[in-house]
Design a protein around this ligand. Structure first.
Ligand code: SF4
Ligand code: FES
Length: 141
């Protein structure tokens, strides 16, 4: 299945949106509600804040659902930069896996992933082993 990737620019930077990686951690629209407006279309409004503010918030996305590149940069998507592998736990949410990590299924077959992905911890995802945001209204620490 082809993954959806949408780009939004203010001329200086471009924000890249990959909805399948969003775990609804709410950081983006809590921190910058004039830019990230989930119930509007387009949902990312690049005129809502300065470039630095947008970069700051995008860099806090726990997955790479939103990332950015500078328009004058030849090698895009340098933000949310990933170095050594790391696994972290989101409160009432998934495990966030970052870095060069191989994910294999019960038969040992490799499952394709991005450089950052979220693994379901609540057991309710319909897209296991990945988190699909279903945990949103659950409380399991
Ligand atoms: S995962 Fe990223 S894009 Fe999705 S709501 Fe959280 S901060 Fe926003
Ligand atoms: S942890 Fe997100 S759906 Fe289970």
């Amino acid at each position: 299945m082809k993954k959806i990737v949408t780009k939004y620019t203010n001329g200086e930077i471009t924000v890249v949106w990959k909805p399948d990686l969003c775990i609804h951690a709410t950081i983006c629209f809590t921190e910058l509600p004039d830019v990230f407006v989930p119930y509007d279309r387009p949902w990312i409004k690049m005129e809502g804040a300065s470039t630095d503010e947008i970069i700051d918030t995008v860099s806090r996305c726990p997955t790479q659902a939103i990332s950015y590149f500078r328009n004058d940069n030849v090698s895009p998507e340098k933000n949310n930069e990933i170095s050594s592998p790391e696994i972290s736990i989101v409160k009432n949410g998934p495990y966030i896996v970052k870095g060069s990590v191989k994910l294999v299924d019960v038969d040992g077959n490799e499952i394709a992933t991005d450089d950052s992905f979220a693994l379901c911890r609540c057991g309710k995802s319909k897209n296991k082993p990945f988190c699909d945001g279903t945990h949103n209204n659950l409380d399991f620490e």
